[in-house]
Design a protein around this ligand. Structure first.
Ligand code: MN
Length: 485
């Protein structure tokens, strides 16, 4: 389903106590809020004013409808007046969609002359939303809370970000991952419980033989390759005369895309240890698929592949990454991969180059080479702790690469991790974060925390204030809590 087909339902809390006129005003005000939020231009899809909850049956009906409507990506609640929360219990207890409690008020200030008891009864989210907040806490609802005036740009921006996260969650619930071959032999962190992952995150992770891909490649026509080459020429600079090698990557890309689309898969993994019948490890082929939004993980890392696909839905400039080597003097991490870095991270136009590849024992593959953009971002890693999943997110500051590195034949990104390389790497290792990550310029720690809450998985954030001592304590307590869950 396309991202912008999703809707969010605006569900309003009130009751019959104040009379029909108040309810009419509540409806009017809330329609204005929904309309103006939609008109802000910040939201990736529409908020629909749904209804006012006045009874228990009414609440249940709305939530049941929301659960069964595939286009509904979440509900947003706001109690314009007081709305007794016992009538929300059955409804909220059955809610299966992401839930935002938006604590706002129709008017920004208290009107000095106008204010009387009628005004007070109409504009009382200050205590209506407290009643609503209690039942959320009492039911242990995985909810997002946003507080502030609905016309303020920062508040609207927060709603927009949460909506992108909720759409990521909806996408995650129907994501299918195609594995070409198994994980790299003996590697621990790329393993994981596929049943647990499907239960929590929705990912269907299955394998297809590399032989089937080779058969698909054999069916690709020269005309299809010509067309793909035109696409490469439009998007990238050719820094090689070895056109046959580039054409081979085009053939790999076309065949992989056909298989992915046929099986409705939006993410894939492969490994250099299983390229049976293939002449080159897919480099440019994989990179150009990632540009189109497909998730990818190297060395059979299907977890990072699926996470990449989800995060690309939440924020376009997100990509598979690997911590490779350090500049310890300046506290910088150099990220790259043997080939497969997504061009959505590129500063400027990527170049197609052909170089030998020591790993994998195949012919020299074509790949895109570029430098990453500067700017704030995160790296995210999903690991299997045995019985639960842990999502680790670290704030980073990407910088313009400090050296030209003319002999490095792969795309590269450089960043300073928070709070600094020494403490940041220490914390990452305490938490068990992988060398494979998703680097994103468009998702932030708050979005990933919201995602983890929606999906009911553990979340660990390494930011400017994190210390190894505090983190160790946090993880010790979290370990106990997750065992009790
Ligand atoms: Mn790797």
């Amino acid at each position: 389903m396309k991202k912008n087909n999703y809707k969010f339902w605006f569900v309003i809390g009130s009751q019959f106590l104040y009379g029909e006129e108040t309810l009419k005003k509540v409806e009017e005000d809330c329609k204005i809020i929904a309309d103006e939020l939609n008109a802000s231009g910040l939201l990736s899809c529409e908020i629909i004013y749904k209804d006012i909850v006045k009874t228990s049956d009414g609440a249940e009906k709305i939530i049941k409808d929301a659960n069964y409507d595939d286009t509904c990506a979440g509900i947003i609640t706001f109690c314009h007046t007081f709305s007794p929360s016992k009538m929300w219990i059955n409804a909220l207890a059955s809610l299966q969609k992401p839930y935002l409690h938006f604590h706002t008020q129709f008017n920004k200030v208290i009107p000095n002359e106008e204010i009387d008891m009628d005004y007070m009864n109409l504009h009382q989210s200050a205590h209506g939303d407290r009643e609503h907040g209690f039942i959320g806490a009492r039911l242990k609802m995985p909810r997002k809370i946003i507080v502030g005036y609905w016309k303020d740009a920062q508040v609207q921006e927060k709603i927009a970000k949460w909506m992108r996260t909720a759409i990521g969650a909806a996408f995650s619930k129907q994501l299918k991952v195609m594995r070409f071959g198994d994980n790299m032999r003996e590697v621990a962190v790329t393993e994981g419980d596929k049943v647990e992952v499907q239960l929590k995150l929705g990912w269907e992770v299955n394998t297809w033989p590399v032989g089937a891909l080779v058969e698909e490649m054999d069916k690709v026509t020269e005309a299809e390759i010509d067309e793909k080459m035109d696409e490469y020429k439009a998007l990238y600079d050719f820094a090689t005369d070895d056109i046959e090698t580039v054409r081979y990557q085009a053939k790999e890309e076309i065949a992989m895309k056909k298989m992915l689309d046929r099986e409705n898969c939006c993410a894939f993994s492969n490994t250099f240890q299983d390229l049976y019948g293939m002449k080159q490890l897919p480099g440019l082929a994989t990179q150009n698929l990632m540009r189109q939004g497909y998730g990818y993980g190297g060395e059979g890392d299907w977890k990072v592949s699926a996470l990449t696909a989800v995060m690309k839905v939440m924020g376009e400039h997100s990509a598979f990454m690997e911590d490779y080597t350090y500049d310890l003097e300046n506290g910088i991490s150099l990220g790259a991969h043997m080939l497969e870095v997504c061009p959505s991270l590129a500063e400027g136009k990527p170049k197609i180059e052909v170089h030998p590849l020591g790993i994998g024992d195949r012919e020299d593959p074509a790949r895109l080479v570029f430098e990453g953009k500067a700017g704030k971002g995160i790296v995210a890693s999903l690991i299997d702790m045995g019985g639960r999943l842990r999502l680790i997110v670290q704030d980073i500051e990407c910088i313009k690469p400090t050296q030209s590195m003319p002999n490095l034949p792969v795309a590269r990104v450089m960043w300073k991790p928070a709070p600094n390389l020494e403490v940041g790497a220490h914390c990452w290792i305490i938490a068990g974060g992988a060398h494979h990550t998703v680097l994103s310029y468009d998702c932030d720690a708050e979005m990933m925390r919201d995602f983890a809450r929606i999906m009911d998985i553990e979340f660990v954030h390494i930011g400017k204030d994190t210390t190894p001592e505090e983190l160790e304590k946090e993880l010790f307590l979290a370990d106990l809590a997750w065992k009790l869950k």
